[in-house]
Design a protein around this ligand. Structure first.
Ligand code: FDA
Length: 311
């Protein structure tokens, strides 16, 4: 039988359910916890607030899995507008951006990887021009090779381009070793997608153990590890590894998703480490929102209650 998590992740890819959820006013309040707003102006309000509190941000213009080139071009343009909006704030690395290559046409037939590279390159250039950088999110396991190929190309001109690795995947220890190189920035996360046992660890304990192993490799290397997790146990592991490998506070950082357990980063901030929130915004929040529901049964119960009380 399918788990609740698998059902929700399956639903995240079904457009007919998307209309059901996004067309309901009651969902708005629940969505607001995880999404900084639908417009760039709303997102910039959150950016100003968080950075004033000493929390760096990485902004995600929501959208994924585009089905034609014109949508992919629109994603590029949305990111260029975002970087234009960030420029006058002068935040430099305190405001980075995160991109999903599936929003840039990665999955389109006949050269999706090339199209994604062509469209994301100007975003990396615009980011460099205002003193910041981009990080490539990681999506389904089938996209990892393509995403790492785009990363390698972008890093030729923009060496600080970062990537996400998912501890849930069996391959990630090798990918972490390959990316533990000077100048490299790797955001390590557990992994939010439903993956089969052939490619991914299935149990929480195995994923956590993989996370600790991969983080050990990244912390031992010369790059900049970004610890993308809300798990207090793994944040403690990160602190211990940083001490073991003689890392200074400025040579790694902790990162959380907007709306989730920001207080968990306090010990890192107290130790002088950079703390960053991943801030998504835009109208296309359905897939992102469903993954947040899938991560935590309590979110789903809260969401269903809010539907029931307003109908
Ligand atoms: P875990 O799931 O064990 O959660 C630890 C605790 O955090 C929970 O007990 C709960 O208190 C809280 N928590 C976690 N998720 C919650 C939620 N949805 N709602 C409320 N509370 C919650 N994934 C991916 O596949 N590709 C990517 O590119 C990214 N990018 C990314 C960036 C950043 C900065 C972060 C923090 C995470 C991602 N992720 C991601 C998501 C990641 O893979 C993972 O699904 C979530 O971070 C949840 O895992 P935790 O490590 O937080 O542990």
């Amino acid at each position: 039988m399918l788990s609740q998590k698998a059902l929700l992740l399956g639903a995240s890819r079904r457009p007919e359910l998307r209309r059901l959820v996004t067309g309901t006013p009651a969902t708005r309040r629940v969505v607001d916890r995880f999404v900084a707003g639908e417009t760039l102006d709303e997102a910039l309000v959150v950016v100003r607030r968080l950075t004033a509190e000493g929390i760096a941000v990485t902004l995600d213009h929501l959208g994924e899995g585009v089905t034609d080139r014109s949508e992919a071009v629109r994603s590029r343009d949305a990111y260029l507008a975002l970087l234009d909006g960030l420029a006058p704030l002068g935040l430099r690395r305190a405001a980075e951006v995160s991109v999903k290559l599936s929003a840039f046409g990665q999955a389109l037939p006949g050269g999706g990887t090339d199209l994604a590279l062509e469209l994301v390159r100007p975003v990396a250039e615009a980011a460099s021009a205002i003193g910041t950088t981009i990080t490539l999110d990681m999506e389904e396991s089938a996209t990892v090779d393509s995403t790492l190929a785009v990363l390698a190309e972008l890093r030729r001109d923009h060496p600080s381009t970062g990537a996400v690795l998912q501890a849930a995947l069996h391959r990630t220890l090798d990918d972490a070793r390959a990316l533990a190189v000077p100048g490299s920035r790797v955001r390590l996360v557990k992994g939010a997608y439903d993956e089969p046992p052939e490619v991914a660890f299935q149990g929480r304990a195995d994923v956590d153990a993989s996370y600790a192993r991969c983080l050990g490799v990244l912390m031992a290397g010369p790059g900049y590890p970004m610890v993308g997790s809300h798990d207090p146990r793994l944040l403690s592991v990160a602190q211990r590894l940083a001490v073991r490998h003689g890392r200074t506070a400025g040579s790694w950082g902790g990162e959380v998703l907007y709306g989730i357990r920001r207080a968990g980063l306090r010990p890192l901030a107290a130790a002088g480490c950079s703390v960053r929130a991943y801030v998504p915004y835009g109208v296309d929040w359905y897939g992102y929102f469903m993954r947040r529901l899938a991560e935590r049964p309590a979110n789903l119960r809260f969401f269903l209650r809010s539907l029931a009380t307003t109908s």
